[in-house]
Design a protein around this ligand. Structure first.
Ligand code: FAD
Length: 464
């Protein structure tokens, strides 16, 4: 029997109310509009609205309210939470306007803009935002989850730079939220993730940093122990202007990778000093005395060039991974990291130990919904998947990672470093104690029907 798939009457109504496209599963462009950066995850929504304006978002929320639909939000798709099946997916990727005000050192950033786009606009004024390690990540999504990046130890989290947001709440109202207006909701947007309202644009502080010193020191695996011990000693004396991480990386034998990663594991220390070049040189000098390095690269670059300097992933990919927080960088951590790097079978992986603290820890714990200011280090493992066989090996590695580091992990984790749906216990680990209760109360007030249920905010998982 021949079944004619056709556009439903239900979504015709929405089409007539918006400037953007409304795509249903049988229509060309639907798969592309539903797909985000993480190729291993797929949404199968009832329809996707590719939003063109703020009014489109308001119309979509009011439409979802009338028709009893759940709503999912996707900007870049770097932070897939749960498959938004049966929902109306609002794709924000086209809303990328960034307006910089150099006099007030602020930027107003639309919901779909990436950090690369924010930095492109801010850079001509010698300004930067508090980006993370990957410029293609969405600035709003990153900020909603906290946002720990290269300037975190000097200035704080992405969410600490949030000044104001325009949001659509689930009653279909467009609201301005700041410390003065809807202060409790503003608190929740600072690290409480995307389950409270849809942010259409945010205004953030920018920081005068026209150039930073970026450094990479590469060690072969046989020198990894000395490198880890030397790095740990060095960290005891570094100022908050310095953010850094130590990374084990291993790649397949492909020409686009540097020789030290082709079919082998290297340890790389990466650092950014946000301050004068002479001070940077003094701070970084000690790293050059750690024995065994095969490459030392130190450049003065614009913050907008950090992603390229450190080799941030240039294109969407499938990956699997897991992250954990640590309260200390102990001898046991060194032994476990070495054992993991030497034994795990994934052919293309990176495994970082990132120093936290500094300004992140010094800002009052009460002023944001973010719950992890006391974490000292982040362990973050990612394996790239490029075949079913590699997927199986990489998943085994994630299990091994989880088991091996359990004795030293704090059990808590920043929401931005959860990978997809890791289950309810891990959701709780993102918002322990009172933060969870306070966010759940906000959620009940601003999204009582739990429409925004594909988010990490406490109270979003239940009620589907
Ligand atoms: C390669 C890579 C590197 C990363 N590096 C860092 C890092 O250095 N530091 C760090 O802190 N994090 C980092 N992250 C995590 C990243 O910040 C989060 O995954 C973040 O949620 C991504 O936001 P997005 O808009 O890009 O992704 P999306 O998948 O589009 O959004 C993720 C979720 O955020 C919510 N959301 C997004 N936009 C809105 C909005 N406008 N209104 C309401 N809710 C919204 C939704 O719940 C959505 O499901 C990294 C992720 C990847 C994949």
């Amino acid at each position: 029997m021949f079944v004619l798939e056709k556009t439903t009457d239900q979504f015709q109504e929405l089409r007539s109310q918006v400037l953007g496209q409304v795509l249903e599963p049988h229509e060309p462009g639907f798969a592309q509009a539903s797909q985000g950066w993480s190729l291993g995850h797929k949404h199968q929504p009832k329809a996707v609205l590719v939003a063109k304006t703020t009014a489109d978002i308001v119309a979509a929320v009011q439409f979802a309210q009338v028709h009893g639909l759940a709503i999912a939000v996707q900007a870049t798709g770097h932070g897939f939470v749960r498959a938004a099946d049966d929902a109306l997916l609002i794709n924000l990727a086209g809303l990328t306007k960034v307006q910089v005000n150099p006099a007030s050192q602020t930027a107003t950033v639309q919901a779909g803009a990436s950090w690369a786009q924010v930095l492109k606009a801010a850079s001509p004024y010698g300004l930067t935002g508090l980006l993370g390690d990957t410029p293609s990540v969405g600035a709003v999504g990153y900020t909603l989850g906290g946002g720990m990046g290269w300037f975190g130890r000097k200035y704080g989290l992405g969410c600490d730079a949030l000044l104001e947001a325009q949001v659509v709440t689930m009653d279909g109202q467009l609201r301005t939220v700041s410390a003065e207006h809807q202060a409790e909701l503003f608190w929740g947007l600072k690290g409480g993730a995307g389950g409270l309202a849809i942010v259409t644009e945010m205004t953030i502080k920018l920081y005068l940093e026209s150039a930073v010193t970026a450094a990479q020191f590469v060690f072969p695996l046989e020198y990894a122990r000395q490198a880890m011990e030397g790095y740990r000693e060095w960290l005891k004396r570094v100022p908050d202007e310095l953010s850094s991480r130590l990374m084990f990386a291993h790649g397949p034998d492909v020409p686009f990778l540097p020789p030290f990663l082709r079919n082998q594991t290297a340890l790389i220390i990466q650092a950014v000093y946000a301050g004068p070049e002479t001070e940077a040189a003094k701070t970084l000098e000690a790293l050059s005395f750690i024995p065994g390095s095969i490459a030392q690269i130190i450049n003065r670059i614009r913050p907008a060039e950090l992603g390229m300097f450190f080799g941030a992933p240039p294109a969407p990919s499938e990956s699997v991974g897991q992250a954990e927080q640590l309260s200390e960088f102990s001898d046991e951590v060194i032994e476990l990291a070495l054992a993991f790097a030497k034994s795990q079978p994934a052919p293309f992986y990176m495994f970082e130990l990132r120093q936290l603290g500094g300004a992140v820890a010094n800002i009052s714990h009460e002023v944001t919904a973010f719950a992890h200011r006391n974490a000292a280090f982040l362990l973050n493992y990612h394996a790239l998947v490029f075949s079913p066989e590699v997927r199986a090996k990489s998943q085994l590695s994630v299990s091994a990672f989880s088991k091996l580091f359990a004795p030293v992990a704090s059990g808590e984790i920043m929401p931005n470093f959860l990978n997809g749906d890791e289950g309810e216990a891990r959701d709780h680990a993102a918002y322990p104690g009172l933060k969870s209760m306070r966010l759940a109360m906000l959620k009940a007030r601003f999204d009582p029907e739990n429409r925004l249920r594909y988010a990490r905010t406490p109270g979003s998982r239940s009620g589907a």
